[in-house]
Structure formats: C-alpha cells, structure tokens
Ligand binder design. Structure first.
Ligand SMILES: Nc1ncnc2c1ncn2[C@@H]1O[C@H](COP(=O)(O)OP(=O)(O)OP(=O)(O)O)[C@@H](O)[C@H]1O
Ligand SMILES: [Mg+2]
Length: 313
C-alpha cells in the first residue's frame, strides 16, 4: 500500500478575478476549493494514475468533515488524527487581467503533544513491510523538525520504502535516516548545501553524494530546466519540456506521484525520469490545483524520453 503523510493539510481556495484592487470590494469571477497539502496532492495524482493510497495526518475544525467526505468521494483511504486546532485554508488570488498570482497562507493548527503521540501510534500501527511511505510538505507548530527522520526510521524498521519531499531542517534531519527516494528542487538542494545557487555540475555532484550516502533515488527538479536523476546506475539528465504553462502549482507533487508510480510498476531509472518529467509538465499545463491525468502524462512520455541524456563523466 502507498501511504501519504500530510502533517499540515490545507483547503486550497482559488479565487479568479478580472482585476484585483487592494482595499476595495473585489468580485470573484471563478472560485474553487480543493483539499490539499502535499501528501494529499500526491494521493490525488496517484488516484488519477489508477493507484490507491492511504492518507495520514492531522485534521481539525470545521474543515475536518469536508476533507474526510472529499477523500471518500475521491476513493482515497484515510486515517487522520483529529486535533483541537483548525485545519487551514490557503487562498490563491489569480488576477486574469494583471496576470498576477497572490498566495495568502495560514499557518495551520498548533499540534498538542498528545495529538502527536496519537499520530505516531497510528503510523506505527499502519505502516507494514512492502509499503511505500510518502513524507511530503511542511509541518505546523508543535511538530519537531526531526519528525520525518523519526517517520523514516520507523518505516525502514518495518521494511517499507520512504519517499521524502521536504525542505530546510525537515529535509536535513530526514536525510540522516536515509530515505529511499528524495525529490528536492534545485533551491532546496542549494539551501541544504548552504549555497545560494547551484550549477548543473554542482547538482550532479550533490546528487551523487546523496546516492553514496545510501539514498537510492535522488531526483532534483529544476522547474522549466527539467530535472536530474541520480541512482547507483549513474546520472540521467532530462531537459525541460516546452509546454504552455497554466499554473506551476502541484508540479513537484505530480513528480513525486510519478516516482511512486514508477516504483509500483518496477520501472528502471530512464522510465522513471521520463514519467516524472512528463508528470511535471502535465501538471504545469493543468489549471490551478487540479491533478493531472494519466492520459495527459502518457501523451508527453515520448517527448520526455527523447530529452533524456546520460551523464558521462
Ligand atoms: N515552467 C515549466 N515548464 C515546463 N515544465 C515545468 C515548468 N515548471 C515545472 N515544470 C516541471 O515540473 C517539475 C517540477 O517543478 P519544480 O522543479 O518547480 O518543482 P517544485 O519546486 O518542487 O514544485 P512545487 O512548488 O510543486 O513543490 C520540473 O522538473 C518540470 O518537469
Ligand atoms: Mg516541491
């Protein structure tokens, strides 16, 4: 079973306006609400790919019921710890006239010690040998930065695989437990190395080092520049696909879902990278927070495969 962890879910509220003016009453032309948070987004994309998953995390307040109902409708399994605080809403204001995107994000509930303890109990009870665990996204107050490290350790003890998509200290700490797969973007990897920016060669070197440390798949995404996959078999570079960009929201999550899908299908590095690149491109071609479909991804697979080159140095 694939298990996704979302420590700080969010209702993504997208408001589309034709001209947004600060300090005035603004009329919304189009609005939509999507349940989200990175782990849940991965579950949604996997569902589009025909793969079931179980979503874990914290939910509270008036949105709790909405999330559970939506997940059920989508056919995604759920085991969330109810919390005293309230699940957040993240607002995305899209101004179609000015072409601007404004995010207004809430911090999310403070997690109480007993709520965290309950989550760890639930996690230990749920994860079993052969599972693939996805640890993705930030955490709210009350959760220690070592959380993904601990969750990685528990999963590995149980014989499950771990995919990690996190940044900052969460990422740094979790690396110590050697997750099986990581997907930092170039900025996150630079931050980890204490650098402002990384050249392509520096990305390759850093990815190789992580593989040498015991992380079997290191996929570094580089936005429109594409991505680099490092495994024990070597380095593969994928140039970005030139596509019509509608929204870059969820590109990373679609990539993570593609890595998981590739694991489930037993794909090798080249097929995995093609799938990840195609999924990233399909996501940016898709409006807002909507998940890309398998058909959309498959229509880009050939083009993605042609843009993959092996690094020979
Ligand atoms: N402008 C773009 N044009 C084409 N493809 C893109 C573009 N932006 C992103 N992608 C695709 O999506 C993948 C992931 O994008 P990116 O590196 O921005 O991830 P991320 O920063 O982790 O995203 P997220 O904000 O979702 O976490 C890229 O490797 C690429 O395949
Ligand atoms: Mg990301």
């Amino acid at each position: 079973m694939v298990i996704t962890v979302t420590m700080n879910p969010a209702m993504d509220k997208t408001l589309v306006l034709d001209g947004f003016t600060l300090g005035e009453v603004n009329r919304v032309v189009l609005g939509r609400n999507d349940i989200g948070g990175k782990g849940i987004n991965v579950s949604k994309v996997l569902k589009e790919f025909g793969e079931d998953s179980l979503a874990l995390g914290f939910l509270g307040g008036i949105l709790e019921e909405v999330f559970l109902k939506e997940l059920k409708t989508m056919g995604i399994g759920q085991r969330f710890v109810p919390v005293k605080g309230s699940t957040r809403t993240n607002i995305k204001v899209v101004d179609r006239v000015k072409g601007t995107f404004t995010d207004i994000n809430e911090p999310g509930p403070v997690i109480q010690e007993e709520e965290l303890t309950e989550f760890l109990r639930l996690y230990r009870e749920t994860v079993t040998s052969g599972d693939v665990v996805v640890l993705s996204g930030g955490v709210s107050e009350g959760i220690p930065v070592k959380i993904y490290r601990l969750l990685t350790e528990i999963a590995k003890e149980k014989g499950a695989l771990v995919a990690l998509d996190a940044e900052g200290e969460l990422f740094r700490e979790a690396l110590e437990a050697k997750p099986d797969m990581v997907k930092p973007n170039d900025r996150e990897l630079a931050l980890y190395l204490g650098k402002e920016h990384l050249t392509e060669d520096e990305i390759v070197d850093a990815a190789k080092e992580l593989v040498a440390k015991g992380i079997s798949k290191v996929l570094v995404s580089r936005g429109e520049k594409g991505s680099i996959l490092a495994t024990a078999e070597g380095i593969l570079k994928a140039e970005g696909l030139k596509v019509l960009v509608k929204s870059t929201v969820g590109a990373g999550d679609s990539m993570v879902a593609a890595i998981i899908y590739s694991v489930l299908k037993g794909y090798g590095p080249r097929e995995t990278l093609a799938m990840a690149q195609a999924a990233g491109a399909a996501a940016v071609m898709t409006e807002g927070t909507k998940a890309c479909t398998l058909q959309e991804v498959e229509s880009l697979l050939q083009a993605a495969t042609e843009k993959i080159k092996e690094e020979k140095r």
